[in-house]
Write a protein that binds this ligand. Structure first.
Ligand SMILES: Cc1ncc(COP(=O)(O)O)c(C=O)c1O
Length: 446
């Protein structure tokens, strides 16, 4: 019997014993092609020699020093890199140990900023339905996935939610994309007024919605319009790039493709690429200045902030992405991958939408393509596809609840930034065949 409390207590997952490049190997001798990097984490693949070498070097030098006593070379170097490569006037990076911690940090930072500048009435956060910002109480509280929140509702930080920018389901047949965007922005503005503009601290959104919607990009002007209303009412725009950031969509920061600069950005997964638990919050100079010129200290902190080994691993991952020119590959191979998936699944009645940006591709499943009717949630279509894919040696990220937190199925394909056309073809072949199998299974049970 296992003594590890696994995510599901109904079984023990396969034992992973080693990994290399695009593959994870289990104790039964199976090689699994990692087409999702776990949860869009493994940006440069597994066991990259440069990252391993940098980590070994760092362990031999300085594995840990508490951030209340010391800074470290890896933390300083990584912060220099991130601030230099983040568009806009981001002057600081605050290091965390992962995505949820980054989001908690962003919320507290926003709150402290307003206290520092003499606006202590601002404490409310607006986010979007069907968003996921992490599982800690603040992050879950702002998150808009009602099913995930339900059990913990009495404990959560108060969050207020508006519709996501999700044209596949939200766009009305009589509307243009501009009209749809107008409607969403009016809804956001109405929420600001309902809460009281002087009480709202931040608007939290993922530039490309990953886990909960399956790589959904916004309409072309959505983020620029959101930036405008945040500015109009003095609200901070907090972009959660934990999943879509650090090159996943073809630019280091996903917001670069929206033509705006946010006030705070959270990052994590692709930052350390899975080599070490690390996240960060990018902070605009006006916010850092307000704290420096006010109380002088951010009232926050965790034991592993700026962990030297994690920072060294992340720096090496970022150097690999840069030196191996992976972002150009994310764009070109990402387009090829998405085009192939779209083409191969075009005639499939259970594939409602194929979408995404860069090497971040989502597939949404439906029981009827014409009416966009989701499958009965009990069928767990997404889990069937995952199982069938695993049986073919392919790991993909699956999720249910796409439509309303309960019904709807999608999957994410998010492989390493270095894959070429041959690997993309392998992913598409195995994925198409896995979807066929899942369809045959439900047809057999109908
Ligand atoms: C957008 C987003 N924010 C926050 C998180 C939470 O990150 P973590 O699981 O590292 O706490 C996730 C995780 O999937 C995420 O996708």
């Amino acid at each position: 019997m296992t003594h590890v409390m696994h995510r599901s207590m109904s079984g023990v997952p396969p034992l992973a014993v080693s990994s290399s490049g695009n593959f994870i190997f289990d104790s039964k001798g199976n090689s699994i092609f990692d087409a999702c990097g776990g949860a869009a984490v493994s940006a440069v693949g597994h066991a990259h020699p440069r990252v391993l070498e940098a980590m070994h070097r760092q362990i031999d030098t300085l594995a840990y020093a508490h951030s209340s006593f010391f800074t470290s070379e890896p933390a300083e170097k990584l912060a220099d890199f991130l601030t230099a490569n983040c568009p806009g006037d981001m002057s600081h990076a605050y290091f965390t140990s992962g995505g949820s911690e980054s989001v908690e940090t962003a919320l507290k930072l926003a709150r402290q900023y307003f206290v520092e500048i003499g606006q202590p009435g601002r404490s409310k956060f607006i986010a979007r339905f069907q968003s996921y910002h992490g599982n800690t109480l603040g992050a879950l509280g702002v998150g808009g996935s009602m099913w995930r929140r339900k059990m913990y509702d009495p404990l959560l930080v108060e969050g207020h939610h508006v519709s996501p920018c999700y044209a596949y389901r939200g766009l009305k047949s009589c509307e243009s994309l501009e009209q749809y965007t107008d409607r969403l922005i009016s809804e956001a503005e109405a929420m600001i007024f309902a809460l009281g503009p002087e009480k709202v601290a931040g608007f939290v959104a993922e530039p490309v919605v990953g886990a909960t919607l399956g790589a959904v990009c916004a309409t072309p002007s959505y983020f620029a319009r959101l930036r405008e209303i945040c500015d109009r009412y003095g609200i901070l725009l907090i972009l959660d790039e934990v999943m879509c950031g650090m090159g996943r969509t073809g630019t280091l920061f996903a917001f670069e493709q929206e033509g705006i600069v946010p006030d705070i950005v959270t990052i994590a997964k692709g930052l350390g690429g899975g080599y070490a638990p690390i996240g960060a919050v990018m902070i605009r100079s006006s916010i850092a200045d307000a704290i420096r010129g006010g109380s002088g200290a951010f009232m926050h902190g965790h034991t592993y902030n700026g962990h030297p080994l994690a920072c060294a691993a992340a720096m090496a991952v970022q150097e690999v992405i840069h030196d191996e020119e992976m972002l150009a590959n994310v764009k070109s191979t990402g387009k090829y991958l998405q085009d192939q998936i779209s083409a191969r699944l075009a005639g499939n009645n259970c594939v409602g939408d194929v979408r995404g940006r860069g090497l971040f591709v989502g597939v949404e499943f439906v029981s009827d393509k014409h009416n966009k009717t989701p499958f009965d949630a009990e069928i767990k279509f997404h889990a069937r596809v995952r199982q069938a894919a695993l049986a073919r040696g392919l790991a993909i990220y699956n999720m249910g609840g796409t439509v309303d937190g309960r019904s709807g199925d999608h999957l994410l394909v998010a492989p390493a930034y270095s894959i070429g056309k041959a690997e993309a073809d392998l992913i598409v072949d195995r994925l198409v065949s896995a979807i066929d199998t899942a369809q045959q299974e439900i047809a057999a049970h109908a």
